[in-house]
Every structure is written in C-alpha cells, then in structure tokens.
Design a protein around this ligand. Structure first.
Ligand code: F6R
Ligand code: MG
Ligand code: MG
Length: 367
C-alpha cells in the first residue's frame, strides 16, 4: 500500500493591516519561521504560507492523516505566536479568530478554519487551493456544484469516461451539526434543494462515485455559531484535486468567471459579488470588499508543494472582475435595504434589539 499524503489548509485572522484589509509581511515571516522548524523536525513534508485579505493561510503537507493533534497544535501555536507579533504592531483585531485560551487536541471549534484531505499521490497531482476573504463557506456551494455536477461547466462529465459516473457530495447542515451524502446526477435536484440555502447547507467534501477518490474538501466552520456571538466572518478555504478523471484545472476555475452573490462584505452583513483576483489584489478595501477569492495552484511531488501558480492572474478573468465591480456598484446603491443588507437574522452586526426595546412603547396596536 503506497504512503498516503495529507494536505492541511488551516487559516485564521489573527490581525489586519490596515483595519481588516490585508496582512502584515512580518506576520507571514513569523509563520514561515515556525513552519520551517516543523519541516526540519520532519513533522511537515512541506508548507507554504500566504494570506487572503486579513486571513493568514497555512498550507501544509505531512503524513499524519487528517485531524492530527501534532499538526493542529503546530497551526494553533503558530497563530498564537503571530498574534503576539500582531499585538506588538497593534494590528487590527489581533487574535480575533482564536476563540479559546488553550489548545485541546484539535483546532476544530476553536476559531480557525480547516480544510484537509488524505490521499495516495497520483503519478501527477495538480491541486488548486481557493482562499476567500469577507465571505462565508456557503460561497463555495455554487462553484463546487458547477465543477463536479454541471455539464455546462465541466465537459468531462459528458466526454471523459473516468468521470462520467458522477460524484458524491457530502453536505453539512451547520445548524443541526450533521452531514448527508447525495449522489449526482441521480440526486441532483435534492442536492440543489439543500445547497441553494447557502447559509445553512454547505458542501464539505466531494468524492468520485466510481472509486470513492476524494476530489474536494472545504472548511465549513461558522465562527458566529462557534462563539455564540459575532467575532468576525468565517472566511473559507477549499482544496480541489484536478485532472485525470477529476475536473480539469480549467473546469475547476471556470465557475469563478461568474462573480456570484455571496454573504459577507461590510460587517459580514451584506450580499456582494465574489471577485476572483491575483494574490496581490486580495486586499478588500471598498466597503470592506467586494469579497475576494484567490486560487493557488500546486503540483505535488512526493508531498512537496511545487508552486504556487497565481491562477486568477489571467486576463481570462478580467471580465469577471469588471462585472463584479459593476454588480458591487449596483447593489451598494441599495444601502441599508435588503437584498444588499442581509435578512435580519443573518446579519453579523445588529442594533435591532436595542432599537426595539427603546421604541417598544411607541408602537400602536391596530385592531
Ligand atoms: C467583515 C469585516 C469587516 C468589519 C468592519 C467593522 O468580515 O471583517 O467588514 O466587520 O470593518 O469592523 P470593527 O467592528 O472591528 O470596527
Ligand atoms: Mg479581520
Ligand atoms: Mg478575513
């Protein structure tokens, strides 16, 4: 049995520069130093540190499997040390995603977002890691559906024998904390009935039906539910394996040519278009947005991360960026009105309870 490799992407906002718009280079340097030590000690095979907006992203390969205590503790301690650095620079919201004081075995439910998968590396293993800022994991549902189930996006579903059988989607109900597996194409309408509700049902993973091979894994953490109160948007990450019986690189990127509306934007309380951008444009500054997504492409070579290639740094996505700006402009004109502002119970910030209380006596009951 060949050795399996694990790819873990663990992220947290541990301080923004300036405001919530980006990350400071010193923070990235600190994280690199910490992970480099772990690579020397052979805990990690390889790593890459980056940021998307104000989120620090740790991309790590190792042979320990998913939910490994040592790897999760490494990520947690890295975030803690980077928070100390962020405090020295008085970066904004230092440590905002670290919701617990001490590590207890697994970073799940402690604030950071996690996407992980374990697999046997193929003869060639192209991978794309998507990272988003100013939105939530529901943002992945439409593009992931398109990659793995929509023949108008993914030609391979029709014309490649290796994927013609379809894919199985593992969907999480984040309100009830349970999962369900739905098989496409047969159960496509049931799947869409769930994942169309982007704030409740989220795609957690996708598997090839013919052999169970994993194709995608997403972070499905909801900071707001974890903390029981607003502590920042749960900016998500997504890993997708490509080619040879899985969607091709171009089929995986294609859904982002349409800048669909997602939840997030200013104060995590608005709808806005998600804009695919190059690494250096992942700095949401207009109305704390529009929401951004970057795509880091890697070839794995015995666990080594060869890359990244900046996949959205391509004129092929210029139109999507322009369209996103036009949509942002249009929806911004709605100001405090829905559907720009989220429905009342989806907003991360609200003054409503206070206003209701203050105005209670002034409401006049109609017969
Ligand atoms: C959204 C986000 C920002 C902040 C906003 C207000 O996910 O992080 O839009 O919500 O800048 O931030 P505070 O309340 O920290 O002043
Ligand atoms: Mg922030
Ligand atoms: Mg963020």
């Amino acid at each position: 049995m060949p050795d399996k490799i694990t790819l873990s992407v663990i992220k947290a906002d541990i301080g923004g520069y300036v405001g919530h718009s980006s990350s400071h280079p010193q923070i990235l340097k600190k994280a690199e130093e910490r992970l480099d030590k772990a690579r020397h000690k052979k805990l990690l095979v390889d790593f890459y540190v980056t940021h998307c907006g104000d989120d620090l992203e740790l991309i790590m390969t190792h042979r320990k499997g998913t939910e490994d205590q040592e790897v999760h503790e490494l990520a947690w301690n890295t975030f803690v040390q980077c928070t100390e650095e962020a405090k020295k620079l008085k970066l904004y919201g230092a440590g905002q995603d670290l919701l617990k004081d001490a590590f207890s075995g697994n970073v799940k439910g402690m604030g950071p977002g996690i996407a992980e998968m374990e697999f046997v590396e193929r003869k060639s293993e192209p991978i794309i890691i998507f990272m988003a800022d100013k939105t939530s994991p529901g943002a992945w549902s439409m593009p992931v559906f398109r990659m793995f189930a929509d023949p108008f996006n993914t030609a391979g579903l029709i014309i490649d024998t290796n994927m013609h059988g379809g894919f199985v989607f593992e969907v999480m109900d984040i309100k009830e904390n349970k999962t369900i597996r739905l098989s496409c194409p047969e159960e496509m309408y049931d799947l869409l009935a769930f994942i169309g509700s982007i704030n409740r049902f989220m795609i957690k993973a996708v598997y090839r039906k013919s052999d169970g091979e994993i194709g995608a894994a997403a972070s499905t953490d909801r900071l707001s539910l974890i903390a029981g109160k607003y502590v920042g948007k749960d900016d998500p990450v997504l890993i997708v394996r490509c080619q040879s019986g899985l969607p091709a690189v171009g089929e995986v990127l294609e859904p982002f040519a349409f800048p669909h509306l997602v939840e997030g934007f200013m104060r995590g309380s608005h709808h806005g278009p998600i804009m695919p951008v190059s690494f250096d444009q992942s700095t949401p500054s207009r109305f704390d947005g529009p929401p951004r997504v970057i795509a880091a492409g890697f070839q794995l070579a015995d666990g080594r991360l060869i890359g990244p290639r900046d996949m959205f740094d391509d004129p092929g996505f210029d139109l999507a960026r322009q369209k996103a700006n036009e949509i942002a402009d249009y929806i911004r004109h709605h100001g405090p009105f829905e559907p720009h502002r989220l429905p009342m119970d989806e907003m991360e910030y609200t003054t409503m309870p206070d206003i209701m209380k203050k105005m209670e006596d002034r409401f006049q009951k109609l017969d």
